[in-house]
Design a protein around this ligand. Structure first.
Ligand code: DX5
Ligand code: ZN
Length: 222
């Protein structure tokens, strides 16, 4: 499978969100990554339901909603109603992860689990068969524009081995510090969904930056 690109609107211009979403609609991007932060699970607050609904109104691509919140079960239906196509909860925020994953699936959404940089992949071995997606955080969650953590490659290796046996169709997503310099190595290590915030929106041409992430081999040839 060719890897998917999910630009993170956390790095978009919120005063021009419709413009930025129309850029994503016309680009080589596959999903729209939507970061929800509650100021509790992570030390930052991003945005809530009205912004997700407004995003859904203008985006033509699926909304990949990353819930960096405590007790996500309380809000799953509300995010579905706001337009989520997939929802990813954090392992570290879910004491009853199996129940939470079933609830996401019952809403008809793709169900994902995110792992913080310190959380080992092996902790997923008894639930991996129930998951549609695993998101490996390659920075500590809470902020865009942070430095990529190199141990991510080792975690991709571990996850690839686990998914090969138990869930070969798993989406393996990497989030944080992804740019045109590390994307090929991440794909080679097994990532098949790449989130990118600042490397897209701080570029002079966000649309070209997305194309470079989607087709890194073309950039190497040029
Ligand atoms: C970080 C968020 C990321 C963020 C990535 O907590 O989950 O999705 O938007 O931003 P960059 O690509 O700038 O690291
Ligand atoms: Zn994210």
């Amino acid at each position: 499978m060719n890897h998917l690109i999910a630009p993170s609107i956390l790095a978009a211009d919120f005063a021009n969100l419709q413009r930025d979403l129309e850029m994503i609609n016309k680009s080589d991007a596959d999903w729209v990554h939507v970061d929800i932060m509650d100021g509790m699970f992570v030390p930052n607050i991003s945005f809530g339901f009205p912004v997700v609904s407004a995003t859904k109104k203008h985006a033509t691509k699926p909304l990949d909603v990353h819930l960096m919140i405590v007790e996500p079960d309380r809000y799953l239906k509300a995010f579905k109603d706001a337009g989520a196509d997939g929802m990813t909860v954090h392992y570290e925020a879910c004491p009853h992860l199996h129940r939470t994953i079933q609830a996401v699936k019952e809403l008809g959404c793709r169900a994902g689990v995110a792992l913080n940089p310190h959380t080992p992949v092996t902790l997923l071995q008894d639930i991996i068969g129930d998951l549609d997606l695993v998101l490996i955080m390659s920075v500590n969650p809470g902020f865009g524009g942070q430095k990529f953590i190199e141990n991510t490659y080792k975690k991709l290796h571990d996850l690839k081995a686990l998914s090969r046996d138990k869930n070969p169709n798993l989406f393996i997503e990497v989030d944080g510090g992804v740019d045109q310099h590390n994307i090929q190595k991440l794909v080679d290590a097994g990532a098949n969904v790449l989130v990118a915030g600042s490397s897209v929106f701080s570029s002079a041409s966000p649309s070209a930056a997305i194309s470079h992430l989607k087709y890194p081999e073309k950039l190497l040839q040029s």
